[in-house]
Design a binder for this molecule. Structure first.
Ligand SMILES: [Zn+2]
Length: 499
């Protein structure tokens, strides 16, 4: 007698492979198309659809949870006045001196960046830091800048900038603010992580990658894993160089269980595209001052840090968006590939402005690329504003990535965007390309959001499809004969257990 039999269903087993029944025992798939098996629980789905659980290969879990708990969420704001009103209201609930942290503003949507003077006026007694939706730019008030000892004499760290008049802090300079804030404890992180994972699970996501995990956050994940409290499966990219820090965290202890994987590291090569800080070869247009973005590392140093991780057998995921950053990281990966015989497939997160030579080089090196189709849905306005026309044909051109034969893996990068729902990402990938003709198919998108993430996290033998032997992680939707945004999620299971 097996645990669970699903029958009369339209089951996506893997790309190009369907079944109508699925047998599950002890958390794994044990048979396909064998509806005669006796089971303790039988789900007759009457033609409804079953998919492998979604895998969001790049989602800042604890930050999603932070915004769902204690951080002020600015993502719905449509004007600066609204942002200031939200800050004023939150300040009233805080003790004098308590930090007021918010996130989610987008100057293209609210009509400019928040200013120091205005934030001083609405929250005179609290240090305020409002992080832009991309997390690469931060608006601070005077009190926050004072506590961080940022003044005219401050020299920003490498890869960072400070615009004191406006109170804007860019890229690595954010580290100066972070050092002045009370640090989060393991307990804080556990609360954020659980809130984040529950939110992902509510959208049918059964596996995810948290792409920037420091030692304290890692400890939170390890404790949650030991307590068997992780509701879905997590892969972490351990960060080696904290924002604004010059120190390098030592490589973490590797750890792999069915719910937690710690065998990858993360680097940031540049900034973001929606805020015009990604490193590009042609200056952005419509910015306040001429800019070609920021490279976070000297190539030599990035190579040294990457080599150490590579030789220790860690997979590397590098944030790289602009063409200068892609040149840099592909050069680094090329050198790693020729340094020894270790056959590790490294990742490039975002891969936003890849041109033909980047695509080809990534293909040759077996690099896994992790773009975010949802950016096309939520951030296309920013891209259109800042991108010089030369880059338009390359902007998150998903079609070109698939056509180049790359392992292309989808993700949300939430809370950079509001939506974690993979269906919105799939909608964008199939219907909202930055340029006509760059859309991909539904089949490609579903694969990129299931087996893609499994490959990117190095666990394709256990998840990503519903073949026999795989984890019984799946979703049930009411039907797929309608636009993807209308599909209703009815049920999500991890290891056969209902969430
Ligand atoms: Zn990210």
């Amino acid at each position: 007698m097996i645990d669970l039999l699903i029958k009369n269903a339209n089951i996506w087993v893997a790309r190009g492979k369907k079944a109508s029944s699925l047998a599950i025992d002890q958390g794994v798939v044990v048979a396909l198309d064998n509806p005669q098996l006796e089971a303790r629980e039988v789900l007759d789905l009457g033609g409804k659809s079953v998919f492998p659980g979604w895998n969001d290969a790049h989602v800042h879990v604890w930050k999603v949870g932070h915004l769902r708990t204690t951080m002020l969420d600015l993502r719905e704001a449509t004007s600066l006045e609204e942002v200031y009103a939200l800050v004023a209201a939150r300040a009233k609930t805080l003790e004098p001196g308590q930090w007021l942290l918010g996130r989610g503003w987008n100057e293209a949507k609210i009509g400019g960046s928040p200013t120091k003077t205005a934030l001083d006026a609405v929250a005179p007694l609290n240090p305020v830091v409002l992080t832009r939706t991309c997390a690469h730019i931060h608006a601070a008030n005077s009190r926050a800048l004072q506590l961080a000892s940022i003044d005219q004499k401050t020299i920003p760290p490498h890869g960072g900038e400070i615009h004191l008049e406006q109170g804007l802090v860019f890229e690595t300079a954010h580290g100066l603010l972070l050092k002045a804030m009370p640090a989060f404890s393991v307990q804080d992180y556990k609360m954020f992580v659980l809130a984040g994972l529950k939110w992902l699970a509510a959208h049918g996501i059964t596996s995810c990658t948290d792409p920037a995990v420091d030692p304290v956050l890692l400890e939170a994940y390890r404790q949650l894993e030991a307590e068997k409290a992780l509701p879905i499966r997590v892969n972490v990219l351990f960060i080696r160089r904290p924002d604004g820090g010059l120190e390098t965290y030592p490589l973490p202890e590797k750890f792999v269980s069915s719910f937690l994987r710690v065998d990858s590291v993360k680097f940031f090569a540049d900034g973001g595209l929606s805020g015009a800080t990604a490193a590009v070869s042609i200056p952005y247009q419509n910015t306040d001052f001429p800019s070609q973005g920021v490279l976070r590392f000297e190539t030599k140093e990035l190579y040294q840090l990457a080599l150490e991780a590579h030789q220790a057998g860690f997979r590397i995921g590098t944030h790289a968006i602009g063409d200068r950053a892609l040149d840099q990281i592909l050069e680094v990966y090329q050198r790693l590939a020729s340094s020894n015989t270790t056959q590790i497939r490294h990742r490039i997160e975002h891969f936003g402005l890849a041109n033909a030579s980047h695509l080809q080089k990534a293909r040759e090196l077996g690099v896994i690329v992790v773009p975010q189709p949802i950016f096309l849905h939520e951030l296309a306005g920013n891209f259109a504003k800042y991108l010089p026309k030369e880059f338009v044909p390359h902007c998150y051109n998903l079609r070109a990535m698939f056509d180049a034969g790359l392992t292309t893996v989808f993700s949300s990068d939430a809370p950079v965007v509001r939506e974690v729902n993979p269906l919105v990402g799939i909608h964008a990938a199939t219907l909202e390309p930055f340029q006509a003709g760059h859309q991909v198919t539904l089949e490609e998108s579903i694969a990129a959001f299931t087996v893609g993430g499994a490959i990117a996290s190095g666990d394709v033998n256990n998840r990503g499809t519903l073949e026999v032997g795989m984890f019984a992680d799946f979703t049930v939707y009411d039907g797929t004969q309608k636009p993807v945004l209308d599909w209703q999620l009815l049920e999500t299971r991890v290891a056969g257990d209902k969430l």
